[in-house]
Design a binder for this molecule. Structure first.
Ligand SMILES: Cc1cc2nc3c(=O)[nH]c(=O)nc-3n(C[C@H](O)[C@H](O)[C@H](O)COP(=O)(O)OP(=O)(O)OC[C@H]3O[C@@H](n4cnc5c(N)ncnc54)[C@H](O)[C@@H]3O)c2cc1C
Length: 418
């Protein structure tokens, strides 16, 4: 392929299946709260119980933090599948834990298409990337910061992160129950009544929690629980995806990475000038179209407009924003195979519980005291580079700290009165 023009207009169409996020509300038979779901008696250090819905990054980190701050609190994590399964597959199996180049909270916030305004506040000051890195290194996971800021375990294996979190949770006395789904939730006199379905036995148990942390990721069941408790849900749409193009000129370039392009997203339904619709960075040509950080960032910033345009639009790619054409030819011949498949996608959802309905310095619901949210269940998503996990770690940590501190304060008040 000859490069007579370094600027290409690429039409793309995306075939993404968007899921149906209907609510399912079952009517619980008014059975006395089952003890089969309850935590083992040996763990019952106090009467107070925190139930965490979802054993993902936010849920497990939050559970550990709550139990660390208030060891007397009973902490039960309900996970419908395997705990930390997204951590396992993340970053191509290496787990891009956080980003080491964005230590300033204001700069960090700019990496969240949903959340950038709200995250300029105290959120990351309370637990940011440096705190996350310290937490993992203090707990025995050696980390490395790559040239582009992505942070990975030195082992290059997400298992290091999983093993660390699971062993810390177990050591602290967090109880984890898997193959169970929290199906319904209602607020009941300052407590939360939950129905929990056991997937292996198709039976339902009921449990009453003093504190509830919903950390259910982008699961429709989690959104359903939030709406049963009176929260609204911003319709979830995909974010962080690659663009499919039908441009035959690109076929020959499949597998080529361009270290620096300027890519501009043009959508018919968007007339205003959006600064983030132009991204500079690496781009990968795949056999189906375009990928790489510059494209993934466009997909994230354009997530809502792309959805409403039916995923039809144009990308203008300037292959030589600051290079001479001869340099481009030389890069192409040198790097054709070396970079193939370098970039892994992070697939997240834009949408969820609006940030306006929670307090970001505690992660508590503005509707119910004792109800908390953390992670992707919120209307937050970051661009590629470790920002999505950072949202999960920060939210889980802040929620866990708030719950643990409240339990301790209540205990001190009782002691004072006694
Ligand atoms: C392929 C892939 C790679 C990724 N790589 C990266 C990366 O390298 N770096 C990065 O920053 N981000 C990455 N991400 C994004 C990141 O994985 C998510 O942002 C992050 O996992 C969100 O954490 P969470 O705890 O909020 O949700 P999740 O990790 O999704 O955890 C939620 C958990 O809740 C459980 N659950 C849901 N509803 C219920 C219920 N009703 N009852 C019981 N359990 C329930 C689910 O089974 C799930 O285990 C990647 C995503 C994908 C899909």
């Amino acid at each position: 392929m000859s490069f007579t023009s370094a600027r290409l207009l690429l039409h793309f169409g995306l075939s993404l299946s968007t899921r149906d996020f209907g609510c399912f509300l079952s009517t619980p038979s008014h059975r006395k709260f089952s003890t089969t779901t309850a935590i083992p008696t040996a763990q019952k250090a106090s009467e107070e119980l925190l139930v965490v819905v979802g054993g993902g990054a936010a849920g497990v980190y939050g559970a550990i933090r709550a139990k660390t701050v208030a060891p007397r609190l009973n902490v039960l994590v309900i996970e419908k599948a395997k705990p930390l399964s997204k951590v396992k597959i993340s970053g191509g199996g290496r787990c891009n834990v956080t980003n080491g180049h964005c230590t300033d909270s204001m700069i960090l916030a700019e990496n969240y298409p949903r959340g950038h305004k709200e995250f300029r506040g105290p959120f990351f000051d309370m637990h940011g990337p440096v705190d996350t890195m310290s937490w993992f290194t203090d707990h025995g996971v050696e980390l490395k910061v790559e040239e582009d800021g992505r942070v990975f375990p030195v082992s290059n294996s997400s298992s290091s992160i999983i093993d660390c979190l699971m062993s810390e949770a177990e050591g602290r006395g967090v109880v984890m129950q898997t193959k169970k789904v929290v199906k319904t939730a209602s607020a009941n006199g300052g407590k939360f009544l939950l129905s929990i379905e056991k997937l292996t036995a198709s039976s339902v148990d009921y449990i009453e929690a003093d504190y509830l942390l919903i950390a259910s990721g982008s699961s429709s069941q989690g959104y359903s629980l939030a709406s049963q408790l009176g929260h609204s849900i911003v319709d979830p749409v995909p974010s962080l995806f690659t663009f499919k193009t039908t441009d035959s000129q690109l076929a020959e370039l499949s597998g080529v990475t361009f270290p620096k392009v300027k890519a501009k997203l043009v959508l018919e339904n968007v007339k205003r000038n959006i600064q983030q619709f132009t991204q500079v960075g690496p781009m990968l040509v795949t056999h189906w179209g375009l990928s790489g950080p510059a494209i993934l960032r466009l997909s994230a910033w354009g997530a809502r407009d792309l959805f409403s345009s039916g995923y039809k639009g144009m990308v203008t790619v300037d292959f030589i924003p600051d290079l001479h054409i001869e340099d481009v030819k030389s890069i192409l011949s040198r790097h054709k195979h070396q970079f193939a498949g370098q970039f892994k996608d992070e697939f997240v959802k834009a949408g969820g519980v609006p940030l306006s309905e929670i307090l970001l310095n505690t992660m508590e619901s503005k509707i119910h005291s004792g109800l908390f949210f953390a992670g992707e269940v919120l209307n937050v998503d970051g661009v590629t580079g470790g920002f999505n996990f950072q949202n999960a770690w920060s939210g889980g940590y802040i929620a866990g700290t708030t719950i643990g501190t409240r339990v301790n304060d209540a205990h001190l008040t009782v002691l004072d009165l006694g």
